[in-house]
Each structure stands twice: as C-alpha cells, then as structure tokens.
Design a protein around this ligand. Structure first.
Ligand SMILES: Cc1cc2nc3c(=O)[nH]c(=O)nc-3n(C[C@H](O)[C@H](O)[C@H](O)COP(=O)(O)O)c2cc1C
Ligand code: SF4
Length: 520
C-alpha cells in the first residue's frame, strides 16, 4: 500500500528545515519498508506551523506541524502516514484549522494543495479555466470582465486594472509588453513570493490572458534577486507551460502567441517603482522616469506596456473563470474582491490571510495574530510597507479598505501588516524611515535625495535634546517638502511613518528624548 505525504518546498518552509525533514521522512519510510510518496507542495501560508506536513486520507488531508527532526520517529510510531490523530503535532483536517477555515481564498485557493510545477495538478484544480474562457472572448470582452470585477492594482497604488489594460489595448503599436512586477521589496510582505512558489501557473495564466487582452505577445516577470526558490520554480513552471502548449507561438493550437521570461532584479527597493523597474529591465540603472508618458503608452523600450503586480495578475484567472461580478461580490465600497494580508512582526501566528476588504484591522489581529510573540501588548502597527504610517490603537477599528485607510492618512499598500509591542522606540522607527530612504532613493530629485539625509540628521538632533521644539518644527517642514516636492512616492511617502510616529506616539517619542537626555 502506498501513502502520500505533502512537504512544502517554499522559502519559509525551507528556512524552517523542510528539505532536511523531507530527507529524513523518506529515509525513515525506507527503514520501515513503507511505500511513501512524498510530494513537495507549496506552503498554506501558516508560517508558524512550518514545516507543516500533510497526509492524504479518504477524509481529506490531515496536518502535522511544526515538525522537527526529533518528531519523525514518533510520527511514524503513531502511524501519521495513515492520518492517525494520536500524535501531539496532529492538527486534524488541514481545511478545518481555524486560521485557514476563516479565510476567503480566491487567489490562494490552490496554495499548498498542489505540486507547484505539476501542470496536471493545476488542471485538476481548475487551472487554465480562465484562459479557456478568454480564448472564447474578444479582447474587449476580456477587458470588460476585468473592469467589471473592480480589481485595483495590488502593488500599492490601487489603480483600476481594467482601465490600465484598456489604455494599452487602445494604443496602436506593433509591439506591446506585459510586465509583472515581482520585486516585492516591502517589509513584511511575502504574498507575491507565495504565489510564485505555491501556484506559479496562476501567474503565468494571468499574464497570458493580459497578453491576449491588450495585444501583447511578450511578457517579462521582473523578480527580486533575493527569491532564488521562486526563480527556480517559475522557470520550471514556464518550461512546463511551453511543453504543454500554453506558451509559445500557437497557444493551445488557437493561433495566438505569448512568450514569457523571468528577469532578475539587482536588489534595489526603488526598482519596484514601475518606471524605475522598466529602466532596469532595459539594462539601465534603476532611475525613476518622469510621467507622462505613462508606461501604458510608452513603457518598456518605449512600447505600450501593462505593468502589474503579481497579485493583480494572479487574480485574473479567477475573474475570467468565474466572471467579474463574482469577484466584485467580495469587498466593500470601491475596494472589491479580496486582499491577501500578510501578517508579520511581533506576532505568534504570522502568515498569509486572504479576506475580502472591509473587516477592521483589530478584527484581523484578534482573529489571526494569536497575540504578540513577546507576550507584551501590541502598540504600533505599520500597514503597507516601509512607507506606510504607524497606526496607534485608536485607529485599529478602521476597515481594511483603500478609502478608509486613505481617510486616516494611511495606506493599505500591498497588504503587509507589521506588529510592534510596547517596547518599540518610535523615534528610532521614524529615523529608520528616513535612513531607509537615504539608502534606497534613486537620487533623481532633491527633496528625496537630500531631504532624507537631512531628516536623519534632524531626528538625531531631536533625540539628543538639541533645540527639540525648533527641530521638530523643522522636521515637519522637511516632511511637507518631501511629500509635495518629490518626483515619486518613495520620497513622497517616506514622511508618512515619520509624521505618524510624532503625531500618534508623542509620549513614546518624548520618553526616548528624555531617556537620551538622562544618559548624557
Ligand atoms: C518606491 C516604490 C516601490 C514599489 N515597489 C513595488 C513592488 O515591489 N511591487 C509592486 O508590485 N509595486 C511596487 N510599487 C508600485 C509600482 O510602482 C506600480 O504601481 C505597480 O507595479 C503597478 O501594478 P498594479 O497596478 O498591479 O499595482 C512601488 C512603488 C514605489 C513608489
Ligand atoms: S522621490 Fe526619490 S526615488 Fe523617487 S525619483 Fe525622487 S529621488 Fe528618485
């Protein structure tokens, strides 16, 4: 009799020792003369349980985790390979683990279920249904479906995807491109990586549909260089997609063409900004371009280009397969569909949580975080990456949707949520924002390039108690100059975490200044 065991192969599981666990499980099965079929799947996104091992049973998959080397012998003794529950690491049916059961997984429906590079698995779980639909539609009808879904770009700016595609579609040009922004540089964000490592065909499918819709026959995935596992998995999936006729000169013998390549970034945060990314993709230094012209009109190599985040493109297969209105049924107001929130920082249960827009930050924290890792109270939450504001507890009842966040001078961005406990030094966090900008600024405009350096200096003076009031005023003035005078959102948003630290955490900032004064 053969048994099937799933052991994830994504970066987070590997960091927790999944390769070693896999090797030891195979060896132990051999010793015990058991016929064990090990499938290396993607992660379910419950990182605190990694390596999370699952066993296929007639009652669905049974999960065990987090598995360490020392658990392997006892797992076999308890006959885990039959899905037996009599082991302390047994978590029951994976689908019933509350963290997963409470989610609304549209984009991540297959994550952790399939072998990411096995196209048969992908097809078995509704893969390429969206493409099949798109092949029966006109390009305009495909764009209409995306527009009616209400999908807005998940890379941060939340621009309506349908409008972007329509612009590229309407541009007369012999050559157009689809570029996937997989630079994922925001602190605490990992949803793009999880798509690429757990379900890469979904991204490939989304890009093919985008190509058919706007008339582009070439796509590039611009991948951050720090993702070697995603790189290998993507390349393998692309090779398989070519081999099965989904990519190439005659997609599924329907006469349509789409080619796809992965290009590695060089480790600069600013290369996630779309125009800087295009420069880098063209082999130049990642310098932000002036807009207009928009990339949709003059993008890669001066040609009309759709540039979309991984999550935006990954949402497309569902939208085409199930219809735009089905996607639009999720969410609230102008924030339609779901957002894969990424919970990180000082929490017990970090991971990926896909939910419709609209629940509050507090609800999400209460339902999923499992408290802080340190056991101390949560104090400040940074949402939307390193350029997002720090939110104090009074703001945690804000619904997680684009407009509600914008109303409190915050951003949802790419959906990352980083939690800090009450030991955090908010003045240091404010300094870090300016310091980050010093390191990552592309240098093209003065408010950002020079302003961030001055910002660090002024914050240092404030900490040292040097003319505190005047320097706080100066910092405020500098922040306004950066917000209004910077060419792109790097310099334009760096002040958000700084201002929020001073505005909402004044006591914490004062305490840091007093402490420093006492130490002098
Ligand atoms: C400094 C900076 C960094 C950015 N980094 C990323 C990134 O890593 N990934 C991403 O998709 N978008 C990033 N963006 C947003 C992109 O410029 C762009 O809005 C996005 O790729 C468009 O795709 P979407 O419409 O699907 O969101 C960044 C923007 C700025 C200003
Ligand atoms: S704001 Fe900063 S990153 Fe953006 S163009 Fe200016 S210098 Fe470059």
């Amino acid at each position: 009799m053969s048994f099937t065991v799933f052991i994830p192969r994504d970066t987070s599981a590997l960091a927790a020792g999944a390769h070693r666990i896999s090797a030891l499980i195979r060896a132990e099965a051999k010793n015990r003369q058991l016929d064990l079929n090990v499938i290396r799947n993607g992660s379910r996104g419950m990182f605190w349980l990694e390596p999370l091992i699952e066993v296929a049973t007639k009652n669905g998959r049974i999960a065990y985790g987090p598995v360490t080397e020392s658990d392997i012998s006892s797992l076999f003794d308890a006959e885990f390979y039959l899905g037996k529950p009599n082991h302390p690491l047994c978590l029951g049916q994976t689908e019933n683990i509350p963290y997963l059961a409470k989610q609304q997984r549209l984009t991540f429906a297959r994550a952790g279920i399939i072998d990411p590079v096995n196209i048969t698995d992908y097809l078995q779980y509704d893969g390429f249904k969206g493409l099949q639909k798109a092949l029966t539609l006109s390009s305009q009808a495909t764009i209409d479906e995306v527009t009616s879904s209400g999908l807005r770009g998940r890379g941060g700016a939340a621009f309506p995807t349908g409008i972007k595609w329509q612009t590229v579609h309407d541009c007369p040009a012999e050559q157009k491109y689809i570029v996937c922004n997989a630079d994922e540089g925001d602190s605490g964000s990992f949803a793009d990586r999880l798509v690429m490592e757990a379900d890469p065909f979904m991204l490939i499918e989304g890009m093919i549909i985008a190509g058919l819709a706007v008339g582009a026959n070439q796509g590039y995935i611009y991948l951050r260089s720090e993702y070697p596992v995603a790189h290998a998995i993507l390349n393998q999936a692309i090779e398989n997609a070519y081999a099965h006729g989904y990519l190439g000169d005659d997609i599924l013998s329907g006469g349509k063409t789409f080619h796809l390549e992965v290009r590695l970034g060089a480790g600069a945060y600013i290369c996630g900004e779309e125009t800087s990314l295009l420069e880098s993709l063209e082999g130049k230094r990642g310098l932000v371009r002036f807009k207009p012209p928009l990339p949709a009109i003059e993008g890669l190599f001066g040609r009309p280009t759709v540039i979309n985040n991984v999550l935006s493109l990954a949402a497309i297969p569902y939208i085409l397969a199930e219809g735009g209105s089905s996607y639009a049924n999720y969410g609230m107001g102008r924030s339609k569909g779901t957002l894969p929130f990424q919970l990180a920082g000082n929490v017990n249960q970090g991971g990926l949580i896909e939910l419709a827009f609209g629940l509050t930050l507090r609800e999400l924290l209460n339902e999923f975080a499992g408290g802080t890792f340190t056991g101390k109270p949560m104090h400040a939450i940074q949402v939307g990456g390193p350029l997002g504001a720090y939110l104090p507890e009074e703001q945690w009842d804000t619904p997680l949707d684009y407009e509600s966040f914008s109303a409190i001078q915050a951003v949802l961005g790419h959906g990352s949520i980083v939690v800090f406990d009450d030991t955090v030094d908010m003045l240091e966090q404010a300094r870090f924002s300016m310091e980050f900008c010093v390191a990552e600024s592309c240098g093209k405009c003065t408010p950002c390039r020079i302003g961030s350096v001055r910002g660090v200096e002024v914050i240092d003076k404030i900490r040292a108690g040097d003319n505190t009031e005047q320097n706080i005023e100066l910092l405020e003035d500098l922040c306004e100059t950066m917000i209004h005078g910077s060419l792109c959102a790097m310099g334009g948003m760096t002040p958000f975490p700084v201002q929020s630290a001073f505005k909402h955490f004044a006591e914490n900032v004062d305490a840091a200044i007093t402490k420093q004064a006492g130490e002098q």
